[in-house]
Design a protein around this ligand. Structure first.
Ligand SMILES: *Cc1c(COP(=O)(O)O)cnc(C)c1O
Length: 413
């Protein structure tokens, strides 16, 4: 289900007119569909059928408290990568027992906060980290449940900045050396070495590499069990892609999970996954208003009030986001660069793109912006961060106020 569609030539989200939101909430402004977020979460959850599982939403994709509360209410767990994300999840009422802490650079303070909160699992990425968690758990007199994040050495077939599963990447430990790591960690008394995890990359349009990774992890689990380790859970990470371009074909969540389930059936294993983008990406748009048009160097520019500070994905990953006028205007097409006001040539939302002709004052909706959008925004160039809005049950509300100039200087002397 796409949450955004035209009704009487006006773009709406779940029946709510986007131009009325922009008129009241201002632009730039992120708008998310609660229904789409929940539908995607349930697609994962339901597809596991009765296989023991936890869907741990990856907070880094979109960490707004209301989004987290919505997912917590639906029974979601959470994949966090920092103390700040832990704080958010706890504030949102997330169940600590369903939190998994991933990331290559967990600090002692972050680990300790996670132990104190009683999180479910740590995905450990190195031997020194295992030792640190053990000693901090010892100090607290608890046993930390850990999985080693292994690097299954598969090519994720995605953008090189978001591919993580090759040996040359900084994530996890080489799967070939994993057995040795478990053996050396065996004497650490405050660790329960009960899982194996992996995450091979993001925006995966082909599920094949994930399935290859699953097979490799399952083989490792067999070996570890044969050596006497009680491995009772496996975490296969996130990474499922979403459709950014009109002709993109992302794997269906249900089919993806079914393929995964078939590989773990009967193995007496609690399965965890950490989807982020595929839950929130398609559920959000970024609304922006056209400020100016100009033609320079033989190129047509549309200058909008949203910039790379609001949505950095085009500049950072060459990402493509569909851009549609909020009101169908019956005008022809034009080829333009859609850019923001920031003083950087890299500040663009689209380059050389065919879009419907737009004029100053027109509203544009930048599609599939619910993941890695607001969370990667900055205040560069003295730009307060955008507002965030949630559409739910036929109405909408601001779930994060637009920042003010005062917010910009908070904490400065
Ligand atoms: C980023 C990340 C995810 C989520 O990835 P998506 O592509 O958004 O699904 C899950 N797990 C880990 C460890 C990550 O780093």
């Amino acid at each position: 289900m796409k949450p955004v569609s035209y009704r009487d030539r006006a773009l709406s989200m779940d029946g709510v007119d986007l131009s009325s939101i922009a008129a009241k909430a201002g632009t730039p402004c992120y708008v998310y569909s609660a229904a789409a977020i929940l539908e995607n979460f349930h697609a994962y959850d339901v597809a596991f059928e009765n296989h023991p599982h936890t869907v741990c939403y990856a907070v880094k994709a979109n960490g707004n408290l209301v989004v987290l509360r919505l997912l917590a209410g639906a029974g979601s767990g959470f994949d966090i990568v920092s103390g700040g994300e832990l704080y958010r999840v706890l504030k949102a009422g997330g169940d600590p027992a369903k939190i998994v802490f991933s990331g290559v650079g967990k600090t002692a303070a972050e680990i300790d906060a996670a132990l104190s909160a009683g999180i479910g699992f740590f995905n450990c990425e190195s031997e020194p980290e295992l030792a640190l968690i053990d000693s901090l758990a010892h100090r607290r007199g608890v046993k930390a449940r850990v999985a080693l994040r292994v690097n299954p050495d598969v090519e994720a077939e995605t953008h090189h900045h978001i591919s993580t599963g090759r040996l040359a990447h900084k994530f996890g430990v080489d799967i070939g050396g994993a057995e040795g790591v478990y053996e050396r960690a065996r004497p650490l008394e405050n660790l329960a070495l009960e899982g194996v995890s992996c995450h091979i990359g993001s925006q995966l349009m082909n599920p094949r590499p994930v399935m290859d990774a699953v097979d490799r992890v399952m083989a490792l689990i067999e070996t570890l069990r044969a050596r006497g380790f009680c491995i009772n859970h496996a975490d296969f990470g996130g990474g499922l892609g979403v459709e950014y371009k009109p002709d993109d074909a992302a794997p269906a969540i249900g089919e993806f999970v079914a393929a995964l389930r078939a590989r773990v059936a009967g193995k007496n294993l609690h399965v965890m996954i950490e989807p982020g983008r595929s839950i929130v990406g398609g559920a959000g748009v970024l609304l922006t208003r056209v400020l100016y048009r100009k033609n320079t160097g033989g190129k047509e520019f549309v200058i909008a009030d949203a910039a790379m500070t609001d949505l950095i994905r085009p500049a950072l990953y060459d990402a493509y986001h569909e851009i549609l006028p909020v009101r169908e205007n019956g005008r022809g097409k034009m080829i333009a660069d859609v850019v923001g006001p920031v003083c950087e040539t890299g500040d663009f939302l689209a380059r050389g793109r065919e879009i419907t002709e737009v004029l100053p004052g027109d509203l544009l909706a930048i599609h599939t912006a619910g993941a890695y959008g607001f969370v990667q925004s900055s205040t560069y160039n003295g730009r307060p961060r955008a507002a965030e809005v949630l559409v739910e049950n036929g109405s909408w509300r601001v779930i994060r106020k637009r920042e003010t100039y005062e917010d910009l200087i908070r904490g400065e002397e």
